[in-house]
Design a protein around this ligand. Sequence first.
Ligand SMILES: [Zn+2]
Length: 153
Amino acid sequence: MAQIAECPECGNSRALLECCPHCGSPTPPILSADTIELNIKSDNPSVEEALDRLTEKIRTYQELGIKNIILIHGYGSSGEGGRIKWAIHNALENNRYADRVEEYHFGERVAFGSIAYNALMKQRPGLKHYLRHFKGGNAGMTVLLLGSVRRSA
Ligand SMILES: [Zn+2]
């Protein structure tokens, strides 16, 4: 994971979700970027585990101020990677994450230089660093655009 977060207590760079390894501060870090890459399949979860994990991560990242998630779910017509991809596509299309995810873009539809890509870059420039590598689009990932945290008055 790229270092995008800085400890507000001691100023060292640190991971997003744990205490600061330098000073032990549990205070959430200051972000220097609004985009994060999330690999949901790295430890071969079941489909249900992957969906539950995504719910949890979306909530955590949104509360930290992350705006864009590059979700890596793998692809393929068979195997767990393929099942996770289709389950996530289904969940998104059935509005499972609609309270927090404003928009989603399947990787194969945002090929570098396409109209969809250019529109997305205009909307969320923080994605450029991540998406410019995917020349022909990338069927193994989906871009999630998070809404603002709604705080009750
Ligand atoms: Zn610290």
